[in-house]
Design a protein around this ligand. Structure first.
Ligand code: GAL
Length: 641
């Protein structure tokens, strides 16, 4: 795995560049991502390009033995450009324009802006596509950051109408699919359909789901336009410059599997401490992992994004110290930055790049740490990057081994649950994350895969939930020989957001003969205990009534069915709490003959084809039975297999 950093030569005097480059190389870095926000410097006036500074910056880095990852600057259109087409900005759900003065102030559907993007990307590709220092292209930066996937602009509304016409053919078909007879919502033409915002009460969930699908398609096609241009300017010597995009953490607003298919390397931006603070974790977890991050946060995304673009992935931005954007921004424990780096390698990353080289003393992110402080002295993370580089050099290149467990992840499922949660604590990402975490706590390596993935070689398959079951999925599961777990609400909706004929789990009744006759959501604090002999689980958040000839495998204390099994397939009719997940994983692993580990709290294992890595995320030393050794906080153990 290579190391790198995110660098903004345009932020620093040119006289500093050569020394920066020298220090990067000396630190063990070999990749430098640049350029992704530099439009106002690349084209200070409409049509007047200024390549000189970027030429010199790239040459300076190259002369120090570094390669560059060059970003297209389309996340930050300059003021002059916005002023030429003020309607290019996105409109938020409340109808307000998202103005100039930060970044991502564009609507994915605006054709004029898309043309400008094609123009600047073409100019950049013509200028640097052949450059020997070019190691990778990055399209844009973090699609969707700052809540920018959905836009309710005129451009979006009109593109949505075209999208609907292509999907449904006639307004009558759309009315039928959405059930628009309800509340007299029928349309006579596609021109009458607006985006689903500013309605008096909730809009039709089918309308929302299609709007989300449409918005996701717009992100994918926006990205594809850049990919096509960059590919067309590939080096004449036949070298293929891979293309990446840097995805975000805990972010499901567009279909990353779709975008991932168009790029070569899925990268993501890893801020474990910020994510712990900003997401659903309990106060106890936030305290216990304050300076380390929850032990599954980074790993979950590593495994998710590895499944997004054919296995090639990396970390484009690695948190190096306190960030500036969470509610509270603690500093990592000494050792954590190196640990996060090595953990990415253990999950098969081809690069980890720190964000950023030097902390900026100005503008929005001046409180965000870098590898260097604003005065150019080494920040704490600099030493950790060096330490990680030394360890990586010692173990050599790592190959990913196929994991025994597949966890099925669906962006459409996230939208479907988000549009109609039915109980406020039914959160898709949390459900999947908890399943992932339960697997990892038993030492299992996991591949997080799309619903259309080939599942044949896995030894256990978990589908935390999949409300809309794709064509052929039920048959695919039925053909497997390994244990499969289906979570609640799987098969509960059709493609057009209806309850399936014959009720849930719809098509999956081919795989397991049961019918969900009623569902209920439970407020926080309600916990119906499971039957005594069954592992101490409780039913919280969500439960389903099931009609079936199958006798339940697990029941609650009142005798209501909780889990049903039919051959190799299980259906869990409740929100599975940690105890229930642990119990089900134990049973499935036993059936599959997969060995489990007993890991102490906070420690995790991950294997490549050649090495086993053990990490300690706990803030105290832990004794790790399979190593027969104690690991200090924020430390690791690496053994050749
Ligand atoms: C990312 C973004 C970077 C920077 C960073 C700060 O979301 O891509 O440009 O803002 O966060 O943590």
């Amino acid at each position: 795995m290579k190391l790198g950093c995110c660098y903004y030569p345009e932020h620093w005097p040119e006289s500093w560049w050569a020394d920066d480059a020298r220090r990067m190389a000396a630190m063990g870095l070999s990749l430098v991502r640049i350029g992704e926000f530099a439009w106002s410097r690349l084209e200070p006036e409409p049509g007047r390009y200024d390549w000189g500074w970027l030429d010199r910056a790239i040459d300076t880095l190259h002369a120090a033995g570094l390669k560059v990852i060059l970003g297209t600057p389309t996340a930050t259109p300059p003021k002059w450009l916005v002023d030429t087409m003020p309607d290019m900005v996105a409109i938020d759900e409340q109808g307000a324009p998202r103005g100039f003065g930060s970044r991502r102030h564009y609507c994915f559907s605006h054709e004029g802006y898309r043309a400008e993007c094609r123009r600047i990307v073409t100019a950049l590709a013509e200028r640097y596509g052949q450059h020997p220092a070019l190691a990778m292209w990055q399209t844009d930066n973090e699609y969707g950051c700052h809540d920018t996937v959905l836009s309710f602009s005129d451009a979006a509304a009109s593109a949505f109408r075209g999208w609907l016409a292509a999907r449904y053919g006639t307004p009558a078909a759309l009315n039928e699919a959405w059930g628009n007879v309800f509340w007299s919502m029928e349309y006579r033409s596609f021109a009458e359909v607006d985006p689903p915002h500013l309605t008096v009460t909730e809009a039709n969930p089918a309308h929302w789901l299609d709007y989300r699908r449409f918005a996701s398609d717009q992100v994918a096609s926006f990205n594809r336009e850049q990919v096509d241009i960059l590919r067309a300017h590939s080096p004449k010597d036949g070298r293929r410059v891979p293309i990446t995009h840097n995805f975000m953490g805990f972010f499901t607003e567009f279909d990353h599997h779709a975008v991932g298919r168009d790029i070569d390397v899925a990268t993501w931006d890893s801020y474990p401490l910020g994510f712990l603070e900003q997401f659903w974790f309990s106060e106890a977890e936030k305290a216990a992992y304050l300076r380390q991050g929850h032990p599954d946060i980074a790993a979950f995304h590593h495994d998710l994004y590895r499944g997004c673009s054919n296995g090639r992935w990396g970390v484009m931005e690695q948190q190096p110290g306190p960030v500036n954007w969470a509610r509270f921004n603690p500093a990592p424990l000494p050792g954590m930055v190196a640990l996060w780096t090595l953990e990415a390698c253990a999950h098969g990353a081809e690069l980890t790049s720190y964000f950023r080289w030097r902390q900026a003393p100005f503008a929005q992110e001046q409180m965000h740490a870098g590898l260097l402080r604003p005065d150019s002295t080494d920040a704490e993370a600099a030493g950790e990057a060096r330490a990680a580089a030394a360890v990586l050099a010692g173990i050599g290149p790592q190959e990913t081994a196929r994991a025994p467990v597949a966890l099925v992840f669906s962006y459409e499922a996230a939208w479907t649950i988000g549009i109609q949660p039915q109980g406020r604590s039914f959160r898709y990402l949390e459900l999947v994350f908890e399943a992932y975490s339960a697997l990892r706590q038993r030492g299992l390596d996991v591949d997080i895969v799309a619903p259309d993935a080939d599942l044949a070689s896995y030894r256990m398959v978990l589908v935390p939930t999949l409300p809309i079951v794709p064509e052929g999925f039920a048959e695919k599961l039925a053909m497997l020989a390994c244990p499969v777990l289906l979570g609640p609400r799987t098969g509960s909706k059709t493609e057009s957001f209806r309850i399936p004929e014959g009720l849930a789990p719809g098509a999956l009744r081919k795989a397991i003969p049961l019918t969900v006759t009623r569902v209920e959501s439970l407020r926080d604090g309600i916990a119906d205990p499971g039957a005594k002999e069954m592992g101490g689980f409780a039913v919280t958040r969500w439960r389903e009534d099931v009609a079936s000839d199958l006798a339940p495998e697990l029941s609650d204390s009142a005798g209501r069915g909780v889990v049903y099994a039919h051959g190799h397939i299980r259906y869990c009719a409740v929100w599975p709490d940690r105890a229930l997940l642990a119990l089900l994983i134990e049973r499935m692993a036993e059936e599959a003959g997969v060995a489990l580990l007993d890991l102490p709290e906070g420690s995790r294992v991950r294997r490549t084809a050649s090495h086993a890595f053990t990490f300690n995320y706990a803030a105290q030393p832990v004794f790790v039975p399979h190593l027969g050794a104690t690991l200090a906080p924020a430390s690791w153990h690496i053994a050749a297999l």
